[in-house]
Design a protein around this ligand. Structure first.
Ligand code: IVH
Length: 658
């Protein structure tokens, strides 16, 4: 295999991996700009070496696939993606190929989740995601909960209308949600996608989180008497469908380029993320004749803005210690405006990279930020050095626990080996334990984790389950009610599936995908513990490194003590049915009104895990009616039948009582 073929194979694997993280898991690990640059490199290699190209690879199709969670919807007109261009020459070439010089419509490219909405005689009847472009997910119920999706059109057009657009989360909403609790979304796009693709059980969060929508495509516009894209935008808006204000009709490419430059900076004033401009041929009666490739139309293209860069001074390099002990240098910067926000820190990856880029403390540096991803240092401005800059030296001891740093021969990273008691590793381990993919303990954020570890009261993950109300109140300087909520959350976390516990343990190299493979293959903790390295590595997707790490984890005495405590406390260990203790056995609960610390579904789970039952109707058999806010008729019925009515906090006391 020559070097081009081997690089192409590498790119196929990398792109496949990152596309899955982005489209299907809503959890990207690299920035959009980095992803785009992988795709561009591959496209170029495919042009130069077509003999090694995979014709059916995903870059030749539309990204994503329809999840099993939702019913499938066929798109009569496929929901396509867009080709990208990165400068004005590529843009000119794109339209030269179809011999088009204008007029165009320029719109901002919204970084959200593409959806199709169908209206019948003006009534919203179906909404779906793009999926693979031909088959999407039916998210009608969920879109019903998005305020800005009109349920009824103004001046109801008769017959069937299909419009397409982008569901998004505004920056204001994103920031306020990301400030609360342990749950963090990588960026507003993932927040929007994660929120909209909720199961019915959880869809109450949709209304709470507040999504928005902008429509940009009226399907079969000519059949509605609409002949241009700009008229389509007006048509949609007149019927009550939200469209962006940030668009313009442009006579020619010169005006298009003006629009692109004008919005390069102005886009940061918008309350949503845009990563480029979509340029569409305005005369949409020509669209069908111009046609599409298998994945994108030829009558429209996306101009992607380059990641923004700024110059500032690097005043220090600090070391952050991660969950697995890896030491990462972080650049401390003189604050600079970048991508619409003030930037004061930037990633430096590792010591080798600092050396390779010759970045010194005191240097002027170029900082780059791609859409909503942590900024990074591009290069140092060597010409403006004064001679007072200092070379960075990796410390020989851990800044958090003073252990001697090690560097394994086959690793680029430096590590603090003190896994058991380095406070920095414990804090990160605890945050990971409490994260959404782990035990999903709301309210256990970074600050609280730091205080827990600093207090010395928490030395191992299990310790958070042994703290009492007074410990929490003291630690967090919070009211009893908030502390009670945390206790409650902790109780609830015991009901999480076994796979969450395996993820939450933070076994090195074993993230949630590996945890899922392990649970699928071994089923329960006991079989997992008994598996030897070769059995572990016989699982498809688990190699010798992961197998060794998992095997070692369960051979460690401290870890096994912790697992046994988890078992005693009633955590799910896989195969058994989870009933922690039966103190609610024989009791039937009815929840009514809104609870403040959990949803009714979560409360139901909690009751079941203590051996009790729930019902949606009040009857003579009901033991307790738990009355939340705005309880209605069920309360009256309970009173007539003489059923005991308790408040949410009385219910929580009942659960928490030993
Ligand atoms: S028009 C046939 N206009 O970007 C496709 N798309 O990366 C017509 N997008 O699939 C799409 N803003 O989900 C159009 N103003 C805009 C857009 C936009 C965002 C999305 C859309 C598309 C993706 C391609």
């Amino acid at each position: 295999m020559n070097m081009f073929e081997s690089r192409m194979n590498e790119l196929y694997a990398l792109i496949e991996h990152h596309a899955e993280l982005y489209y299907d898991k809503d959890a990207p690990e690299i920035s959009d700009a980095e992803y785009d640059s992988l795709v561009r490199e591959l496209n170029q290699l495919e042009r130069d070496y077509p003999e090694y190209a995979r014709k059916d690879f995903l870059t030749h199709k539309v990204g994503g696939s329809a999840s099993e969670l939702f019913a499938k919807v066929n798109h009569d007109v496929p929901m396509l993606s867009l080709d990208n261009v990165f400068d004005s020459q590529e843009l000119a070439k794109f339209f030269a190929r179809i011999d088009v010089t204008g007029p165009f419509v320029c719109e901002m490219k919204i970084d959200g989740l593409a959806v199709s909405l169908i209206y019948e005689d003006g009534i919203f009847i179906q909404g779906s995601t793009r999926g693979n472009g031909h088959v999407g997910e039916d998210v009608t119920e969920n879109l019903m909960l998005v305020d800005s999706v009109p349920k009824k059109l103004i001046n109801a057009p008769s017959g069937r209308i299909e419009v397409r657009g982008e569901v998004l989360m505004t920056l204001d909403r994103f920031n306020s949600i990301n400030q609360k609790g342990a749950k963090q979304f990588a960026n507003p796009r993932n927040a929007a996608s994660g929120t909209l693709r909720q199961s019915a059980k959880n869809n109450h969060v949709i209304a709470e989180r507040g999504l928005d929508i902008f429509l940009y495509y009226l399907v079969d516009a000519p059949t509605h008497g609409v002949k241009t894209q700009s008229d389509a935008l007006i048509w949609m808006s007149e019927h009550g469908l939200p469209v962006q204000n940030a668009y313009r009709e442009c006579e020619n490419l010169y005006e298009v380029n003006e629009f692109i430059s004008q919005w390069q900076n102005e886009r940061y004033k918008l309350n949503y993320i845009t990563d480029g401009v979509v340029i569409k041929l305005n005369d949409l009666t020509r669209w069908s004749a111009i046609g599409s490739t298998s994945h994108a139309p030829r009558w429209a293209v996306a101009y992607k803005y380059p990641p923004e860069e700024a110059r500032t001074r690097l005043t220090d390099i600090k070391i952050s210690v991660g969950r697995t002990g890896v030491l990462t240098p972080v650049a401390i910067l003189e604050p600079v405006r970048l991508g619409g926000t003030q930037v004061q820190r930037a990633g430096l990856h590792n010591a080798d990279e600092i050396e390779r880029k010759d970045i010194r403390i005191g240097d002027y540096v170029r900082v780059r930020k791609a859409a909503e991803i942590i900024p990074e240092i591009v290069s140092a401005d060597i010409a403006s050095r004064t001679g007072n800059e200092a070379k960075f030296m990796m410390p020989s001891r851990c800044p958090a626990c003073n252990s001697e740093i090690v560097r394994l021969p086959d690793e680029a990273a430096y590590r603090c080996p003190n896994r058991a008691s380095c406070p920095a590793q414990l804090v990160e381990g605890l945050r990971y334990f409490a994260s959404r993919q782990g035990m999903n303990i709301k309210g256990l954020g970074k600050k609280l984790c730091e205080r827990l570890i600093a207090s010395g009261k928490v030395k191992s993950l299990i310790d958070i389950y042994t703290l009492e109300l007074s410990d929490w109140v003291e630690l967090d300087k919070i009211a009893d009610k908030t502390a009670n909520n945390i206790l409650n959350e902790l109780e609830l976390s015991k009901t999480r599936p076994f796979v969450n516990l395996i993820t939450a343990l933070g076994i090195p190299d074993a993230g949630k995908e590996v945890a899922a493979l392990l649970v699928e293959r071994f089923g329960s903790l006991d079989s997992l513990i008994n598996a030897d390295e070769s059995e572990l590595s016989s699982v498809d997707g688990i190699g010798p490194v992961i197998a060794k790490s998992v095997h070692e984890f369960f051979r460690n005495d401290e870890n096994m003590k912790m697992m046994n405590r988890f078992r005693e406390m009633g955590f799910s260990m896989g195969s058994e049915i989870l009933i922690r203790n039966k103190k609610l056995a024989g009791k039937i609960f009815v929840f009514t009104g809104a609870l403040s610390s959990m949803t009714r579904d979560e409360a139901g789970e909690l009751v079941k895990s203590f051996g009790g039952k729930t019902s949606s109707n009040v009857s003579k058999k009901t033991s307790y009616v738990v009355a939340g806010e705005n309880s209605g008729s069920k309360l009256t019925k309970a009173e007539t039948l003489g059923i005991k009515i308790i408040s949410e906090s009385e219910f929580l006391e009942m659960i928490n009582a030993q």
